[in-house]
Design a protein around this ligand. Structure first.
Ligand code: ADP
Ligand code: F6P
Length: 326
């Protein structure tokens, strides 16, 4: 038995395709189990500014196939202060909210953890970020769609790269993690991925050139994870122009293209399963956990494990990419 009657729901930080499917799943599953739902607009900002409305099943009709988030999202400086979080708590009490479901990335779940500890308040998190950088879950909501978008874009760049016999550096998102770059490179048959996880271990660009990666090919594609550690696509292109002027180099930065679009079936299913699991978790008395997927099974991951933890890149994937790019 739970004493929870009303659940507040918000999306926070960078949006990710599949967040709407998660909003739908949390709302419907909560109502199915007899809870009331309050939709909180613009993430923690809406909690601080009191942008909180009743959510019924109709509020989440016809949204499963849309990218973005109908609840909107934001970054909120006030929530990083105790005064801001106190104001958020006042609004939570005003709306009789007994538990929160927070859909977001590493930052949003860090905020959730802080708030839950300070006010002894039950929160369940859903991993919503294209970066796939939360530990304890194989996949985050939005990652698969972003990966497919990257694949679609790189396939097109390949046509022009090959016609002009050029070396392309294509920069992808990921904040400080290389999941999108590495798996994007494998999916597109790229020559290499330059990722932050191994940037301090080796000069990935020099290694690539030494491999003679372009000898038998008329064009080359390298996916670069955005990060000061990798130098980014611009930084690497500049290095090639200075150090290896024989290459005709170009740069494409995919940017926010990667955050939009219709979620893939995989993301919709993941978001639906995780959204329903968030309500199960609250029913079971769980608090301050993120819902994760581990080998297709739903797991509860303590916030402390999910956030700020380096999620390790599978080194076998790097080796696979190397082997297949000869
Ligand atoms: P993401 O969730 O996509 O990683 P951000 O890192 O921008 O996005 O974080 C989203 C929001 O979460 C921030 O704008 C802030 O309101 C809140 N937040 C992040 N870290 C903390 C923290 N340590 N304490 C309180 N709130 C935080
Ligand atoms: O965390 C998600 C993400 O898309 C990162 O990959 C990227 O570095 C960042 O958000 C971009 O954030 P903004 O919305 O501020 O452009």
């Amino acid at each position: 038995m739970t004493s929870i009657k009303t659940i507040g729901l918000l999306t926070s930080g960078g949006d990710a395709p599949g967040m709407n499917a998660a909003i739908r799943a949390v709302t419907r599953s909560a109502i199915y189990n007899g809870f009331k739902v309050k939709g909180i607009y613009r993430g923690y900002k809406g909690l601080v500014d009191d942008e909180i409305v009743d959510f019924k099943t109709q509020n989440v009709s016809n949204i499963i196939h849309h990218g973005g988030t109908i609840l909107k999202t934001a970054r909120c400086k006030e929530f990083k202060t105790i005064e801001g979080r106190q104001q958020a708590y006042e609004n939570i009490k005003k709306h009789c909210i007994d538990a929160l479901v927070v859909i977001g990335g590493d930052g949003s779940l860090s905020g959730a953890r802080q708030f839950a500890r300070e006010f002894d308040f039950p929160i369940v998190g859903l991993p919503g970020t294209i970066d796939n950088d939360l530990a304890g879950t194989d996949h985050t909501i939005g990652y698969d769609t972003a990966l497919n978008t990257i694949m679609w874009c790189v396939d097109r760049i390949r046509d022009t790269a090959s016609s002009h016999e050029r070396l392309f550096f294509i920069e992808v998102m990921g904040r400080d993690s290389g999941f999108l770059a590495l798996n994007g490179a494998i999916a597109t048959g790229a020559e290499a991925a330059i990722i932050p996880e191994i940037s301090t271990e080796q000069d990935q660009l020099a290694e690539l050139i030494q491999r003679g990666f372009r000898k038998s090919k008329n064009s080359s594609i390298v996916l670069v994870a955005e990060s000061p550690v990798t130098g980014g696509a611009m930084g690497l292109a500049e290095r090639v122009r200075n150090e290896y002027p024989q290459y005709d180099v170009r740069v494409t930065i995919l940017g926010h293209l990667q955050r939009g679009g219709t979620p893939t079936a995989q993301d919709r299913i993941l978001a639906s399963r995780m959204g329903a699991a968030a309500i199960d978790a609250l029913l079971e008395g769980q608090r301050n956990v993120m819902i994760g997927d581990d080998d297709e099974k739903i797991v509860y991951v303590p916030f402390s494990k999910a956030i700020h933890n380096e999620k390790h890149i599978d080194r076998d994937l790097l080796e696979t990419l190397r082997r297949l790019s000869i």
